[in-house]
Design a protein around this ligand. Structure first.
Ligand code: BMA
Length: 321
């Protein structure tokens, strides 16, 4: 595998996460048909990296496209959306696709996304090579968003975080956990994390949703999530972290009271939807204690931030709600 993208913390910065100096690393018009390229997921693949990118086209139809990169920063994104073949079902209807996540589990890459089927729900597909994709049954009834798979089975079952929602710009939302023996039938639904009380941590008081695939650490599962506050000007999306129990990931051990990062740069504050930081993936190395966080900014472009895993864990423990 190539080295994950990395920049050292700038000298005048004391934050747990810091931004890539060339942000945004993917611009809204980086493929000819696009209106915006954001909320996208990447993974190590062969010698380099592959990804599934949310590209809204100029008719503002939402779809997902593959991309490949040698260094994780310069991306070659397909001009055409992914075409799905039937996986564990013939029913692969999809009015739209957005906000993909990618998890490698055992022998293949699993893609989850917000799939339009009489409203938003969680779509699932797998691929071995990022060329052929096989779409499976939707995980849940509508309405649901932010379906994020754990990278290994727990107690012999696949496990997924998700965020039951409504058909619109949902004003509520907590994170749940569900299990499946076969990636087709999902159950054993458990509540993991609810929004925080306004007085305790207002940045995450309206809704929360899982971001990247959880990272296994000695302390438990490290999870990044977005938290939302409703302001007089609309929603504001920031990012926090939590540590879930290794064997019972419905148990939250720690969760940040302050955010790790909130919209502050111009490309996060200005765009099609202002004031949005929406993380969907990490590339990380536990040995090197490095993490690169990919996030959509202002529903328009894709950006990158960095952090040391040990510092993020220590911060999460020391600043827990
Ligand atoms: C959510 C989704 C995301 C988007 C966010 C902010 O409901 O639509 O794709 O980034 O709102 O607009």
């Amino acid at each position: 595998m190539n080295k994950i993208p990395w920049q050292d913390r700038p000298k005048n910065c004391a934050d747990v996460l810091w931004r890539h100096s060339e942000n945004p690393i993917i611009g809204r018009y980086d493929i000819p048909t696009a209106n915006s390229i954001f909320n996208s997921a990447v993974v190590p693949f062969r010698d380099g990296f592959a990804g599934v990118f949310r590209c809204d086209n100029k008719a503002v139809q939402m779809n997902i496209h593959t991309g490949f990169s040698e260094d994780g920063v310069q991306w070659d994104i397909s001009h055409e959306p992914i075409r799905m073949q039937a996986g564990n079902t013939q029913m692969i209807d999809s009015d739209y696709k957005y906000d993909p996540r990618v998890a490698f589990i055992e022998d293949r890459y699993w893609i989850t996304w917000c799939n339009g089927y009489h409203g938003p729900t969680i779509g699932i597909a797998y691929t071995f090579d990022f060329k052929e994709f096989f779409q499976c049954e939707n995980a849940f009834l509508p309405f649901n968003r932010n379906g994020v798979l754990f990278p290994k089975k727990i107690d012999g079952k696949y496990a997924m975080l998700s965020r039951p929602s409504d058909n619109g710009h949902t004003p509520f939302g907590d994170i749940y956990l569900s299990y499946s023996p076969d990636m087709k039938y999902w159950g054993e639904h458990r509540c993991v994390m609810k929004v925080a009380p306004f007085n305790d941590s207002a940045w995450q008081c309206a809704k929360i949703g899982a971001g990247p695939v959880p990272i296994w650490t000695k302390e438990g599962w490290l999870v990044f999530y977005h938290g939302v506050i409703k302001t007089c000007n609309g929603f504001r999306y920031s990012v926090g972290s939590a540590i879930l129990d290794e064997n019972r990931p419905d148990k939250v051990r720690y969760r940040t009271q302050p955010y790790l990062m909130a919209p502050a740069e111009i490309y996060e504050q200005v765009g099609d939807v202002p004031n949005v930081i929406f993380p969907c993936a990490t590339l990380h190395s536990l040995e090197e204690d490095k993490l690169a966080l990919y996030y959509g900014a202002a529903d328009t472009v894709t950006a990158l931030a960095f952090g040391h895993i040990s510092e993020i864990i220590a911060f999460t423990k020391q600043n827990s709600l």
